[in-house]
Design a protein around this ligand. Structure first.
Ligand code: HEM
Length: 147
C-alpha cells in the first residue's frame, strides 16, 4: 500500500463540499458498528463534528509536509489519552472513516484511492497510537527529556 497524495487530495476535494454531513455519517457508522465507544463522546456531537472535520482537512493539507504532519499527529494522539481512547479503538475508527469517504466520493473512489486512504490511515493511527501509549504509560516528551 502506498500513499498517492494526488488521489488523496482529489477524492477529498469531492467529499469536502458535503461538509457536516460527512462527519454526521461517520459517527452514525462508528456508533452503529461499535456501540461501546458512544459513551466516550459528549452527548451532543456538534462541536466534535466540526473539530474532526477540521483535523481531517489539516491532515490532507499537510500530507507532503511530513514533519508538520507527524508533530500534529503526536499532539493529537497525546490529547486522546484524556478522552478514554485506547489503541484498540483505531481500527474501528479507520473502518468508519474509509466507509464514509467511499460513500461521498462516489465514482471518484477507485481501488487505488482506497489503498491510498488505507495507507494514510495506517500512518495516522500508528503515529497517534504511539503518542497515546506513551501518554497513557506516563512516558512522553517530559519523561524523554528527563531521561
Ligand atoms: C484519525 C484518527 C483521529 C482523528 C484525526 C481524531 C481527531 C479528533 C479531534 C480533532 C478531536 C477534538 C479534540 C482535540 O483536538 O484534541 C477529537 C476528540 C475526541 N476523539 Fe478523536 N480522532 C481520531 C481517532 C480517535 C479514536 C480512535 C477514538 C476512540 C474512539 C477517538 C475518540 C475521541 C474522543 C472521545 C474525543 C473527545 C470527544 C468529546 O469531547 O466529546 N478519536 N478527536
Amino acid at each position: 500500500m502506498t500513499i498517492d497524495p494526488v488521489l488523496i487530495k482529489s477524492s477529498f476535494a469531492v467529499v469536502e463540499p458535503h461538509g457536516p454531513e460527512v462527519a454526521a455519517r461517520f459517527y452514525r457508522h462508528l456508533f452503529e458498528h461499535n456501540p461501546g465507544v458512544r459513551s466516550l463522546f459528549a452527548e451532543h456531537l456538534d462541536g466534535q463534528q466540526d473539530r474532526l472535520w477540521a483535523a481531517l482537512g489539516a491532515l490532507v493539507t499537510r500530507l507532503e509536509d511530513t514533519d508538520a504532519l507527524l508533530a500534529l499527529l503526536r499532539d493529537l494522539g497525546r490529547r486522546h489519552a484524556g478522552y478514554g481512547t485506547l489503541p484498540a479503538h483505531f481500527p474501528a475508527v479507520g473502518a468508519s472513516l474509509i466507509a464514509t469517504l467511499r460513500h461521498f466520493a462516489g465514482a471518484a473512489w477507485t481501488p487505488a484511492t482506497e489503498d491510498s486512504w488505507q495507507a494514510v490511515y495506517g500512518t495516522v493511527a500508528a503515529t497517534m497510537t504511539q503518542a497515546l501509549t506513551e501518554a497513557l504509560s506516563g512516558a512522553g516528551p517530559a519523561a524523554a527529556a528527563a531521561g
